[in-house]
Design a protein around this ligand. Structure first.
Ligand SMILES: C[S@@+](CC[C@H](N)C(=O)[O-])C[C@H]1O[C@@H](n2cnc3c(N)ncnc32)[C@H](O)[C@@H]1O
Length: 197
């Protein structure tokens, strides 16, 4: 399914804080994520179904997983969908423990409590040494984010140069990476993307 088809098929439920990325941004993000992977990588898209759809549409990986609360998205890829509720941060398949190479997460709520619960899961599933985290959130809570995501493998955070775009949401958003060099992501878009494909 393409991102355009997905955006038509799945309306945003604002009670669940669902604001979909624009097709252009989701595609750009997917290509950057893919550039961090090998063919055997495991990638967990947490709370960001549009990013998962764009990733699987442009350059699918067997090891891609979608961890999401909204069960509507199970139909996208039944074997890759993992029900995830941030209020049950320890509830995830054992096979993910310490094995995920890249986590992409867009926490639904812009507060410390939500991020603490998300972190509890991420720290359990991310590979302890080679794991990378891409975090999408609002710069309005940047100080909180830097304080919480403060050490490997989830930090310290480096703000990328990616401009995060949503279809219906005009709020300022940004993207941070947990590894040295993440700050270069998005600096020279077309050049880097050309090199990674
Ligand atoms: C801010 S949206 C991010 C979506 C992203 N912009 C995209 O286009 O893919 C947050 C996501 O968190 C999910 N969510 C809402 N409540 C949740 C919960 N309790 N646990 C886990 N995820 C939740 C929503 O369904 C939504 O997909």
């Amino acid at each position: 399914m393409s991102v355009d088809e997905y955006r038509l098929a799945f309306g945003e439920d604002w009670q669940l804080s669902q604001f979909w990325y624009s097709t252009a941004f989701a595609t750009r993000l997917a290509r950057y994520v893919r550039s961090l992977c090998t063919t055997s990588s495991t990638v967990a898209f947490m709370c960001c179904p549009t990013a998962f759809v764009a990733f699987q549409h442009t350059n699918p990986l067997e090891g891609a997983r979608l961890l999401e609360y909204d069960q509507r998205f199970a139909v996208l890829a039944p074997k890759k969908f993992i029900p995830y509720d941030l209020d049950e941060p320890d509830d995830f398949p054992e096979v993910l423990r310490g094995s995920v190479d890249v986590v992409v997460v867009d926490p639904p709520f812009l507060n410390e409590t939500t991020n603490k619960k998300i972190i509890k899961t991420v720290l359990q599933i991310l590979h302890p040494t080679r794991g990378k985290l891409l975090l999408l959130s609002s710069p309005s809570i940047e100080k909180i984010l830097h304080r919480l995501y403060d050490k490997e493998p989830i930090g310290p955070l480096h703000r990328t140069s990616l401009t995060v775009e949503h279809g219906e949401l005009a709020n300022d958003f940004a993207c941070w990476g947990s590894w040295e060099g993440a700050q270069d992501i998005g600096k020279c878009d077309e050049l880097e993307l050309g090199a990674s494909t």
